[in-house]
Design a protein around this ligand. Structure first.
Ligand SMILES: [Zn+2]
Length: 347
């Protein structure tokens, strides 16, 4: 109901010309819209998790809309520099992707190239080097794929527990049990991969076929090299997708990630994105120490010249956002409308 009301409001603002006025305003010219994406589905991933995966045709429509709205899509580095010198072009936008799932190479980047848009990929590197399915993601995906079944945890976690996967809450409960088990047993990456294979087999799913399709895989080293050579901007997202509260461990995450990216791309990455959008005041001096120029969050909003460069907000685009809602972010009219002050769910 609220969504319908919002859409109607946006439509009437558009019809009355107010949207266009905001779009061309000085207010909007001083602001940078940083769009955030995760994956573009290889198959049905958006049906499993629509906050992280978008079908390719929806993404293509977004790029068309960016074109039609005469937005200036800038490389992130240039956009951030010009934000702080008050030198942004009209309707400035930067496009970012988090994580670096394999679909970026096959789905997102070819579309971005077709439209001539630059984009930044915040790459988490552990699963680029160990190129098997990302454990947490694949585990959740398999449980969703087996959603019509009952799962006996005995063979997986040695628990006397049967879980009915038809309910989403039960899928979550099973995921928690399996993740808890992997942590408690301190399973290696190879052991976690074997656990995924065994979960798939319990649910009569063809693990080898999913691996072959590269579902829930990260980009390979070769793909990252090719993307960088082709103009993709590869930046930091930690090596293991985590931000420890301990300074040494935090700095190590950045350094491991940076070394890996620099070896693959030949460029020293200086921009950072907080994994899962988690940020803490303690991180800011550590990021400065690491020579980080900008850091993006998953907090919703426009970046302005008064924004802290290490806490830049973004808009998490997702397939549930209607095209008029998306447009309202491009124009800036959305910033004037009330919205729930909640953090978007991110990965
Ligand atoms: Zn992430």
């Amino acid at each position: 109901m609220l969504k319908k009301l919002k859409q109607a409001t946006l439509q009437s603002l558009k019809t009355s010309g107010i949207s266009a006025a905001v779009h061309n305003s000085r207010w909007r010219r001083q602001r940078l819209l940083i769009l955030a994406y995760h994956g573009i589905s290889l198959t049905d991933e958006h049906l499993w998790n629509s906050s992280q995966f978008m079908p390719a045709d929806v993404f293509r429509n977004r790029l068309k809309q960016l074109n039609r709205s005469n937005c200036s899509v800038l490389p992130l580095d240039e956009a951030v520099a010009r934000l702080y010198t008050n030198d942004l072009p009209d309707r400035a936008v930067a496009i970012t992707f988090d994580d670096g799932t394999s679909d970026f190479f096959r789905k997102a980047f070819p579309l971005l190239k077709e439209f001539g848009f630059s984009a930044t990929l915040y790459l988490t590197t552990f699963y680029t080097h160990y190129n098997r399915p990302v454990f947490d993601l694949m585990c959740a995906y398999l449980l969703w794929r087996g959603r019509n079944q009952r799962l006996d945890l005995k063979a997986l976690t040695h628990q006397d527990l049967k879980i009915d996967l038809r309910m989403q809450t039960e899928q979550k409960a099973a995921l928690n049990e399996i993740k808890k088990f992997a942590r408690a047993q301190k399973l290696s990456a190879e052991e976690k991969d074997a656990l995924l294979a065994s979960l798939a087999s319990q649910l009569s799913l063809d693990y080898a076929a999913l691996v072959e399709q590269r579902i829930m895989h990260n980009l390979t080293v070769e793909e990252v090299k090719q993307l960088a050579a082709d103009g993709a901007d590869i930046q930091l997202h930690t090596h293991r997708h985590r931000t420890p509260m301990n300074r040494e461990l935090f700095l190590r995450e950045i350094e491991d990630n940076r070394k890996s990216i620099q070896t693959m791309t030949g460029q020293r990455p200086l921009h950072f994105c907080y994994p899962s959008g988690v940020h803490d005041p303690a991180f800011l001096p550590w990021l400065q120490e690491s020579g980080i120029v900008s850091a993006t969050t998953c907090d919703t909003g426009f970046a302005s010249p008064t924004s802290n460069a290490l806490l830049l907000p973004r808009i998490l685009d997702n397939p549930q956002l209607s095209s008029i809602e998306f447009e309202s972010w491009l124009t800036g009219i959305s910033a004037a409308l009330p919205r729930r002050r909640k953090k978007e769910k991110a990965a």
